[in-house]
Design a protein around this ligand. Structure first.
Ligand SMILES: NC(=[NH2+])NCCC[C@H](N)C(=O)O
Ligand SMILES: O=C(O)CCC(=O)C(=O)O
Ligand SMILES: [Fe+2]
Length: 325
């Protein structure tokens, strides 16, 4: 893990950049803010830019920046991403995440997720306590690759903490820390696994084969779990949204889940902490917690970053940062 703690002066400099971006448009406009953040990112404190550039170059698996500005007048935690989207709650913090994220990759969103927003809200929502989405609370969010089903999934999923009063942990397992038995490793390298869009895309808690007519993505896509460099492989895994294509592959999924769970570490984000999780090297999840719905709930902003936005443009056949799943 790489970690940088910002000084008070650095935090003030970043806050001033946010002031400029927020003031530039009469009304809060998330897409305009994304462009303005990209323009302003070269003015971030040099130490932060150098840190993020190094994290990118070295393929750091878990990268933390601490001490980002969270506004003292932060509104109450919304009871769902849709309410946050409507009110623009936490928009200054969205800009903070965009500014840092731009140093690692290009921001993008999914048409099918959180209404095509670029920066997402992760906060508990009433009725969703036991769902398989980020709006859950009572249930453990199992270790997963973000958007495991998609070839253009993020290179980094980034999370900026606005509130986390109970120090709920984000769980992480780094593929580099794992030791797979040789027979399991070779099974995982074969394209004997099928990956499906998760419930945050399909908007359903129905069994996935009930999602008829949802398009090609609903049928899933096959591929390996481990791929890339022989001695430093990348990983793609989400037990809730994948299956083995044969009995041995199905066994391998269960065995891998066990190995991943045993090796999990945790990061309890504090307000102003941003974590950049390498989505090819790390699976992440979340510990369960009790939602309060009193305005003080845990609240994160989330941003997907691609190291090569052209992969997405090629996929979607348009130069849009909001791509169809
Ligand atoms: N194993 C899982 N629950 N996977 C889905 C993860 C949550 C999903 N990324 C969301 O935004 O809601
Ligand atoms: O809440 C967290 O710490 C992680 C949530 C998560 O996995 C996500 O939003 O994709
Ligand atoms: Fe996630």
């Amino acid at each position: 893990m790489h970690k940088l703690v910002l000084t008070a002066e650095e935090r003030e400099n970043i806050d001033a950049l946010i002031d400029g971006i927020v003031a530039a448009d009469e009304k809060w406009d998330p897409m305009a803010a994304m462009d303005r953040a990209a323009e302003a990112a070269p003015s971030l404190p040099l130490r932060l830019r150098a840190f993020l550039a190094q994290a990118r170059a070295e393929e750091s698996d878990v990268t933390v920046v601490s001490g980002l500005p969270v506004h003292p007048d932060l509104p109450p935690t919304p009871t769902g991403w849709d309410l946050a989207a409507k009110s623009g709650a936490g928009h200054r913090e969205e800009v903070a995440l965009l500014l840092c994220g731009t140093a690692l990759g290009d921001p993008f969103g999914w048409e099918s997720q959180q209404d095509g927003r670029i920066v997402h809200d992760v906060c508990p929502a009433p009725g969703m306590e036991s769902s398989l989405t980020s709006a859950s609370s009572a249930k453990t969010l199992s270790l997963h690759t973000e958007d495991v089903f998609h070839p253009c999934r993020a290179d980094y999923v980034s999370l900026l903490c606005l509130r986390n009063p109970d120090a709920v942990g984000t769980t992480v397992t780094r593929v580099g820390s794992l030791d797979f038995p040789e027979s399991l490793r070779s099974t995982l390298r074969e394209p004997r696994f099928r990956f499906f869009p998760d419930d945050s895309h399909t908007g359903t808690s129905l069994p996935r084969n009930a999602a008829d007519g949802e398009g090609a993505a609903a049928a899933g896509m096959t591929g390996p779990v481990l791929f890339g460099p022989e001695h430093a492989p990348y990983l793609r895994f989400d037990i809730d949204f994948m299956s083995g294509e044969d009995a041995e592959a199905a066994e391998a999924v269960l065995a891998t889940q066990e190995i991943l769970s045993k090796a999990a570490g945790r990061v309890a984000l504090e307000p102003g902490d941003a974590v950049f999780i390498d989505n090819y090297q790390v699976v992440h999840g979340r510990e369960p917690f009790a939602a309060r719905y009193d305005g003080k709930d845990r609240w994160l902003k989330r941003l997907n970053l691609s190291r090569d936005i052209r992969r997405l443009y090629t996929h979607s056949a348009s130069r849009s940062r909001i791509i169809p799943a």
